[in-house]
Design a protein around this ligand. Structure first.
Ligand code: AMP
Length: 186
């Protein structure tokens, strides 16, 4: 599976530039003052979606990841595709009330609103090497809460990965010692 590789067809633009070009800014969604980063055009393009997963794969294929923790909902898209190519497991972190079995929960503030997320308490084993992934790192509250859940289950959080990082919101400063990797920054 790890011979998986995207073959860039446009030599003049970096992969990051091609991905960034495709992201659509939607002003005032879901609330006034928020510029929503809509990555649907990346997913809809067969080359760009593969490119994004290939770039994550390049970074993580030799990091012995046991499982990827994906954050609902768009973290599931990147996380599950990456778990497939890495050949590792995939664990869901979901909004409260969605997971059917016994859960641990953590609450956090969003760039817009607040929320509670959960993980199945038997989904990870102590000492597992995990990667936590989401689509956007904004204020960092969501990622921080997901990392906390992983740490309460005594796993080793190798890194937090995001497709987009809004650097001006300084989300990574909330994540303490956990390293952060993002494909695209604003
Ligand atoms: P935060 O907890 O502030 O880091 O927010 C991250 C979560 O909110 C991610 O799961 C994103 O899907 C979503 N999010 C926050 N801000 C944006 C934005 N400007 N564009 C798209 N998604 C966002």
């Amino acid at each position: 599976m790890n011979s998986y590789r995207y073959n860039a067809s446009t030599p003049f633009k970096s992969g990051t530039d091609r991905l960034k070009n495709a992201i659509r800014d939607v002003p005032d969604f879901p609330k006034e003052g928020i510029v929503f980063k809509d990555l649907s055009p990346v997913l809809e393009d067969r080359q760009l979606f593969r490119l994004a997963i290939s770039m994550f794969n390049d970074r993580y294929q030799r990091r012995q990841i046991d499982t990827i923790i994906g954050i609902e909902a768009r973290g599931f898209i990147f996380g599950s595709a990456l778990a497939y190519v890495l050949g590792c497991g995939f664990t869901m972190v979901r909004k409260k009330g969605k997971l059917p079995h016994k859960c641990l929960e953590a609450s956090y503030d969003l760039e817009y609103g607040s929320n509670v997320i959960e993980i199945h308490e038997d989904s990870l084993e102590k000492g597992m090497r995990v990667l936590v992934i989401d689509d956007v790192l904004a204020t960092g509250g969501t990622m921080k809460a997901a990392i906390e859940l992983a740490q309460r289950l005594e796993t080793d959080v190798v890194e937090a990965a995001t497709f987009i990082e809004l650097e001006f919101l300084k989300g990574r400063e909330k994540l303490g010692e956990t390293p952060v990797f993002s494909l695209i920054t604003y």
